[in-house]
Design a binder for this molecule. Structure first.
Ligand SMILES: Cc1cc2nc3c(=O)[nH]c(=O)nc-3n(C[C@H](O)[C@H](O)[C@H](O)COP(=O)(O)OP(=O)(O)OC[C@H]3O[C@@H](n4cnc5c(N)ncnc54)[C@H](O)[C@@H]3O)c2cc1C
Length: 202
């Protein structure tokens, strides 16, 4: 199977991207699209975080709980999104029409790939070395990195979101970045007519 979009990284930006894409899969323009997420969470910045300053999160919420609850939310609401567990990406390689994503266990093929790792070193995914540069919005002393991009797009079909896209490390910014990439992909699927996904209660 070839994915239409494969997200790499199950932290804030990756899970938010997956939720927005998942919520669109009933739309006519997205109904046959295959979406997956490599749900690696071990090195998420959420692991040690405590949140008091995020709109919509109850003060005192632990990042490690968001990691679990995010997976459950995605599984319960949008089970069509494939969650790939216990794998770590080691290479993202260009193919003629797709990208090949190689993990420590398997290989996947996808038309779009979203890189949702964070801005910490080391960054050792083969095939992406040429895009790695110094983070432009973080403290220089912390030696953070980003992937060169223009509005999250690295090259056709290859996106980056979250802190690795060059954003500062705040939950809301990372989540917004993941949602932004999702709506960019949905817009392409919608024949470039700008789109978004909203639910209404009446
Ligand atoms: C201690 C701490 C406290 C914080 N407190 C606050 C706060 O109070 N308020 C606030 O707004 N923000 C806070 N933050 C910041 C917030 O947690 C981050 O901005 C946010 O997690 C960044 O999201 P991200 O998607 O860029 O990265 P992450 O959430 O770190 O996600 C990156 C994901 O990529 C995965 N990954 C890594 N390597 C691979 C690989 N090779 N293959 C596949 N997946 C991989 C990781 O496991 C991880 O799940 C805090 C951060 C820390 C560390």
């Amino acid at each position: 199977m070839v994915f239409d979009t494969l997200i790499i990284g199950g932290g804030v930006s990756g899970m938010q991207c997956a939720l927005v894409l998942g919520s669109a899969l009933t739309k006519e323009y997205a109904k046959d699209k295959k979406v997956g997420i490599i749900m690696h969470q071990r090195s998420s910045h959420l692991q040690d975080a405590l949140f008091n300053n995020v709109l919509g999160l109850t003060p005192g919420t632990l990042g490690k709980d968001i990691l679990e609850e995010g997976r459950d939310q995605l599984e319960q609401l949008y089970p069509e999104v494939s969650q790939i567990d216990n794998e770590k990406v080691i290479a993202v390689l260009e193919e003629e029409d797709n990208y090949k994503v190689v993990t420590n266990k398997k290989e996947y093929h996808s038309k779009n790939v979203v890189i949702a790792l964070n801005y910490s070193k080391p960054f050792d995914i083969a095939g992406l070395e040429q895009y790695v540069e110094r983070h432009t919005r973080a403290n220089v002393m912390k030696d953070r990195i980003q992937l060169r991009n223009f509005n999250h797009l690295i090259r056709e079909g290859l996106y980056v979101c979250g802190t690795l896209a060059g954003w500062r490390s705040q939950f809301a910014i990372a989540a917004g970045s993941g949602a932004s990439v999702a709506t960019d992909i949905l817009t392409v699927w919608n024949e470039n007519v700008p789109t978004k996904v909203h639910d209404k209660h009446k």
